[in-house]
Design a binder for this molecule. Structure first.
Ligand code: PLP
Length: 399
């Protein structure tokens, strides 16, 4: 048989999805599984988006402009203006989700062997995008005891080499829920300017900031016009993950022209997705207020119930809809699998994501899990109860 590529072998499995077969088996055995493992919100997608697709009247579902429909990009500039980001339609390349936009960013700016610094834990698929692009991830640790704050700048400087090309941040952060302050971003700006690095800023959770905190975008920082690449998506903003629309935004003309070549090679972003995403721009502000209120309530349930469990701890997230929690367990991968294979509480169990997959450093996150608070408040109470009971009887408990 012809051989699989080295890159193919290096490609990591998704830590979020790899336990799916065990969840399926548990369900076949009649267990109810609370899915706290994946960032798939249960909030309904705004009807206006679905209706726009239903009302699609063109006789041919054609390719669009490689950078995305002009009407969509022009309307998007209004959205960005409303949040204090001044850009033009030709600085936007619409992509098949933030996922494709990250790939465009890496492919356009980094050569095989080039290094990207990412505070860890980080969104696990960054590893996959890096392998895809031949890029080496240089993680620098952030820590649960200080809420996963931005590591000191000296930690970044320690790992900078002549191969370092970019820093990647996710703000607010998946998986930690950390929200970077303007001051922290200014420190990153100085670093990027000092060492001439790109900053890739994944801001797909921008709307999800709690306790009155406001979001600062890297696009609002002066002096970084040629250094920043913004990654965005409609997936979480409108609870529309299957629409598969995101974008890359940059004021750097060379990056833009290069990313455009990658965009042309894949022809165009999804047409129906763009129709839905364009319609989404008419979603009233009240939608976000209601959604944020709901997530805030969910966040409070997880934060309170989890910290009431003996030996368990999670910092209070300031943004996104995830927490990383430390648990009194020997091995997060084993525990998450055990939850699905060997445990039930009145016929129910929980599916969590082992945090190990969110670290690039081997051995980190062994006693940590990521919890997505994407279920309703009642289900979250029930799943925290389930988790409490599981931790009482788990054979690998460390308390
Ligand atoms: C931080 C982060 N970036 C990017 C993505 C991918 O987004 P999209 O669905 O737009 O490809 C996700 C999805 O969960 C995410 O959490």
């Amino acid at each position: 048989m012809p051989e699989i590529s080295v890159k193919g072998r290096q490609m990591p499995e998704s830590p979020i999805r790899k336990l799916v077969p065990y969840a399926e088996a548990a369900k076949k055995r009649g267990r109810k599984v609370y899915h706290l493992n994946i960032g798939q919100p249960d909030i309904e997608t705004p009807e206006i988006m679905v209706n726009a697709v239903k009302n699609f009247t063109q006789k041919v579902v054609a390719y669009s402009h490689s950078a995305g429909n002009v009407s969509y990009r022009e309307k998007l500039t209004g959205y960005y203006k409303s949040i204090g980001i001044d850009i033009t339609a030709d600085q936007i390349i619409v992509a098949a989700g933030a996922s494709e936009a990250i790939l465009f960013a890496m492919q356009s700016t980094m050569d095989p062997g080039d290094e990207i610094i990412i505070p860890e834990p980080f969104y696990a698929n960054y590893n996959g995008f890096a392998v895809n692009s031949g890029v080496v991830v240089r993680p620098i640790p952030s820590f649960i005891h200080d809420g996963f704050a931005l590591p000191p700048i000296t930690e970044f400087e320690k790992v900078i080499t002549e191969k370092t090309k970019a820093i990647m941040i996710c703000n607010p952060n998946n998986p930690t829920g950390y929200l970077y302050s303007k001051e922290e971003l200014m420190v990153l700006r100085d670093l990027a300017l000092k060492y001439n690095l790109f900053i890739f800023a994944d801001e797909v959770y921008r709307e999800f900031c709690y306790d009155g905190h406001t979001h600062t975008s890297v696009m609002q920082l002066e002096g970084l016009e040629n250094h920043t690449i913004l990654i965005d998506s409609v997936s979480k903003r409108y609870s529309a993950c299957g629409v598969r629309i995101g974008c890359l935004i940059t004021r750097n003309k060379e990056v833009l022209a290069t990313a455009m070549k990658f965009a042309q090679a894949r022809l165009s972003p999804p047409s129906f997705g763009q129709v839905a995403a364009e319609a989404a721009l008419d979603v009233p502000l009240a939608y976000f207020e209601a959604v944020l209120k709901e997530y805030d309530a969910r966040r409070n349930v997880v934060y309170t119930d989890l910290n009431a469990i003996e030996g368990a701890f999670c910092p209070k997230p300031k943004g996104a809809f995830y927490v990383v929690a430390s648990l009194p367990i020997d091995n997060a991968d084993r525990f998450c699998r055990w939850l699905l294979e060997d445990f039930d509480y009145h016929g129910e169990t929980v599916m969590l994501a082992p945090a190990t997959g969110f670290y690039a450093t081997q051995g980190s996150g062994m006693n940590e899990v990521r919890i997505s608070y994407v279920l309703n408040v009642d289900d979250l109470h029930a799943s925290m109860k389930c988790l409490k009971e599981a931790l009482r009887v788990y054979p690998g408990r460390t308390l």
